[in-house]
Design a protein around this ligand. Structure first.
Ligand code: SAM
Length: 192
């Protein structure tokens, strides 16, 4: 009961125009047939939007460390008539997805939850196609009294870039249309 309410609240926030949902999706330039991993899929708002855009020849992995959250997204996807979503339970330190399978890894408001981000993205890197991209959105630090600052639900953008570079990724695009949040896209350049 509480889980459902919480996930509905996450979806309301994720889909809100003030949170730039439409612009985020447009920036990702998703095409039919692509394979996307939504890391920390939460209530699944982005999972379902991606599934509609990649179509029947594409696939979306909804990845979360909480199996109950994945059950919620599974129910939502059934109701929406979407059959191109797979559900994967993540460990705190990583997730196993098929090697060289992903065009895009998307992680919104999840980075600050990762206790070992270098290990996590090093592990995920193997699942990315050579030309694949990683899009990371997270809250930045806020001044004063707020949920985000009290519970430290944010990551300095420098920390995100440093982590990704130490994992072999390079920053390829940065967007600044999300108030209070960073939105960066990385590509992997090292030899495999
Ligand atoms: C703040 S919610 C964001 C949900 C969704 N991405 C959104 O933008 O609405 C963070 C999500 O990350 C998940 N999470 C936490 N640690 C994780 C991990 N190690 N791997 C995958 N998901 C994780 C949580 O269970 C939760 O669903």
């Amino acid at each position: 009961m509480f889980t459902n309410l919480f996930l509905k609240m996450l979806n309301r926030e994720a889909s809100s125009p003030s949170r730039g949902a439409k612009q985020i999706i447009e920036s990702l330039r998703i095409t039919q047939g692509q394979t996307i991993a939504d890391i920390g899929s939460g209530g699944g708002y982005f999972t379902l939007e991606f599934a509609r855009r990649v179509g029947d020849n594409g696939k979306v992995y909804a990845v979360d460390s909480n199996p109950k959250y994945l059950d919620f997204v599974r129910r939502q996807s059934k109701q929406a008539g979407l059959s191109n979503i797979e559900f994967v339970v993540a460990r705190p330190s990583g997730v196993d997805l098929p090697p060289c399978s992903l065009d895009l890894i998307f992680a919104r408001n999840v980075f600050h939850h990762l206790s070992e981000p270098v290990k996590y993205f090093r592990n995920l890197r193997n699942a990315l196609k050579p030309e694949g991209r990683v899009a990371i959105i997270d809250h930045g630090p806020k001044q004063g009294f707020s949920f985000t600052s009290i519970f430290k639900h944010f990551t300095d953008v420098e920390k995100i870039i440093e982590t990704m570079e130490s994992t072999g990724f390079r920053l390829s695009e940065s967007f600044d249309f999300l108030p209070g949040q960073s939105f960066n896209v990385f590509s992997y350049f090292d030899n495999r």
